[in-house]
Design a protein around this ligand. Structure first.
Ligand SMILES: [Zn+2]
Ligand SMILES: [Zn+2]
Length: 441
């Protein structure tokens, strides 16, 4: 069953909202740490961020932002829970700050007093435990902290601040849904975009930033290798697609080792393979699900054309007729471009981070291969410059103790990933506010 909880009641806000309607100035702000813990305890899966987005929208409204919720439309026409908060503060650039809001199908094992016990249903209808295992609760809370800080310091900046709460990052279709709902036409087209992601690979108080390539792009590809079914004891009567799939799987790794530029890293992984029903039946078809990663358009082209060519090749080598050619399908809804940190913008951001947090707390990051969809907001060809940085979330003492033993702490997507919220939120709001203030001049 999908959880259906009144967002206001679930987050203990009933009294607060009542007071706000009567006398806005008199209502005390809920401390950010309490907001974080409430969101952490009530995580919501991709496509189902009803309560989280309602909470974000109500906090942005309370902070004085022109706020719209239910922004976004998925490929199947369903509405998304995107949130946009605008603060127009005179002539100047438009800065978009993006925070993702969704949680993961993971059973939480952190043992925190505010740990999640939530269950939910995925889009596919699977009943699962739900946890903020990717730390998007930190991102959403920092966006609220930033909204408050920027509203309180309007005399120190000029332009338009556009705060975006994005749904469905983990299913890589939330940014696309918001753009499909005319995000930039309805609200504002940003001149710059910034965002952050937390992680346990750095202690709270430290950040890191890559200039240029930051995260790989990903294209999901489905391949159906077709053959001719037969009795397993009479292979000469058929064309075995299991053998063809085996050839294909080993051959496509040569795209990486022999065709792709060694200076331009790329990955092909076959994560799923299904064919056949019984040991003595040669099936008609084998289905493969691939993920691919790359940092450049050239790398993406090399991978996709190589996969198409080699799929064709195994069918031709088996003497299969054209109507039995493999079917290669690019799954757009599960694909995302590389995150490219615009060098000019990223260097400006880096300078502000160093000034704000100290040189020793700002680390140069290397590009990483996990992907996400923030790059879509930059539009094809990096039309809108983006800077995306990593925020340390580990408890500093636990981080040191683990490092002394040569160990690392559980990180994103792990059931034991637990940010140290107070210092992480403090550093995140401080860093984001300083960067936003500096860019909005
Ligand atoms: Zn994630
Ligand atoms: Zn994430």
């Amino acid at each position: 069953m999908t959880r259906r909880i009144d967002p206001i009641r679930a987050l203990g806000l009933a009294a607060c909202v009542g007071a706000m309607a009567a006398a806005p100035a008199a209502m005390a702000e809920t401390p950010l740490i309490d907001i974080y813990k409430a969101i952490h305890e009530h995580p919501e899966l991709s496509h189902f961020e009803a309560d989280t987005s309602a909470r974000l929208a109500s906090e942005l409204r309370a902070a004085g932002y022109e706020t719209t919720d239910h922004v976004g439309v998925y490929g199947d026409g369903a509405r998304a829970y995107g949130v946009v908060g605008l603060m127009r503060n005179g002539k100047g650039p438009v800065l978009m700050v993006r925070a993702d809001m969704d949680a993961l199908p993971v059973v939480e094992e952190t043992g925190a007093p505010y740990a999640s016990h939530a269950r939910g249903k995925t889009v596919a209808g699977q009943d699962v435990g739900v946890m903020h295992a990717c730390g998007h609760d930190i991102h959403t809370s920092i966006l609220i902290g930033l909204a408050r800080a920027m509203a309180a310091s309007r005399s120190r900046w000029r332009g338009t601040l556009m705060l975006v709460g994005q749904p469905s990052e983990e299913t890589v279709d939330g940014a696309r849904a918001m753009l499909a709902d005319h995000l930039y036409e309805r609200f504002a087209r940003p001149d710059m975009i910034i965002g952050l992601h937390d992680g346990s690979d750095q202690p709270a108080g430290k950040v890191s930033l890559a200039i240029g390539a930051a995260q790989s792009g990903t294209t999901s590809i489905d391949v159906a290798i077709r053959g001719v079914g037969a009795h397993g004891a009479m292979p000469q009567m058929g064309r075995d697609p299991v053998v063809l799939a085996a050839q294909f799987i080993t051959q496509i790794q040569t795209i990486i080792s022999r065709e792709e530029d060694p200076q331009d890293p790329a990955i092909i992984t076959v994560g799923s393979i299904h064919g056949g029903t019984k040991r003595n039946i040669i099936p008609d078809e084998v289905k493969l699900q691939l993920t691919t990663r790359y940092f450049t358009d050239k790398g993406q082209e090399t991978i996709i054309s190589g996969i198409r060519q080699m799929a064709q090749g195994v069918a031709v080598s088996a003497g299969l007729p054209p109507e039995k050619a493999p079917i290669v399908t690019i799954v757009d809804r599960e694909s995302a471009p590389a995150t490219y940190n615009d060098p000019v913008l990223s260097n400006r951001v880096r300078t502000v981070l160093i000034r704000t947090l100290g040189k020793e707390n700002v680390i140069d990051a290397k590009p990483i291969t996990p992907s996400e969809d923030v790059g879509l907001f930059g539009l094809p060809g990096h039309q809108i410059p983006l800077a995306y940085f990593w925020l340390g979330a580990a408890n500093p003492a636990a981080f040191e103790a683990a490092a002394a033993k040569g160990q690392t702490l559980p990180g994103p997507h792990n059931s034991k990933f637990l940010p140290d919220p107070e210092p992480t939120l403090a550093a995140g709001v401080k860093a984001m506010s300083a960067v936003a203030t500096s860019l909005l001049q």
